[in-house]
Design a binder for this molecule. Sequence first.
Ligand code: PEP
Length: 251
Amino acid sequence: MRKNIVAGNWKMNKTLQEGVDLAKELQTALNGKKVNCDVIVCTPFIHLTAVNALLDPTIVKLGAQNCADKGSGAYTGEVSAAMVASTGAQYVILGHSERRAYYGETNAILKEKLKQALENKLTPIFCIGEVLAEREAGKQNSVVKTQIEDSLFELSAEDFGKIILAYEPVWAIGTGKTATSEQAQEMHAYIRQTIAGKYGASVANETSILYGGSANAGNAGELFANPDVDGGLIGGASLKVDTFLPIVEAF
Ligand code: PEP
């Protein structure tokens, strides 16, 4: 079922104690509140177990920001999807542009990560999006289409149906420069049409497609009002309840 979702990506922020405090504060703020979307926080790996212990998943759900492309073995420093799942986390962000740009994650590597995540019953929040030069050259649609085709289109329709997509124009991430509501709707509709071309309209209509890139309390309402924008992946504004909660309440 296509859902409205607001997911926070804490990135490499917060010590363990700070993260526990933020998760507690968020859970308290949302407890008893009627909201019209699922709320997810994606924390650093080391926070997962402690944060999972204090969250009620009917109020705030938990995810990681990455997982390994291998199942287990001699891969020093890596964290497997099975390890993530064993903490109680249900989601994993994959293909974030920071991972693609700084850690060399290619579409081929991401395909393996997706496989690991799905085998371990994690729901991937799969990120796609163009860089500024690609948008300025008018190539955003073909870039995003290739990302989707090369990483996702070998999945069965059933597995594709388990994925959440996040369209994150790289030029909007952490820059304070948000895509306009029209740019977001246009791309989300294009992504949905691309999915429909491969898996059919019903799979496409059931896929949640989130927008990410400097979303905040001021622009979330307008972005989420678009028919093909099903929520947001929120970086900077997810680090404080005061800035995250109004985005959740924008639905
Ligand atoms: C992100 O990291 O996914 C993101 C959208 O960051 P920000 O909201 O800070 O632009």
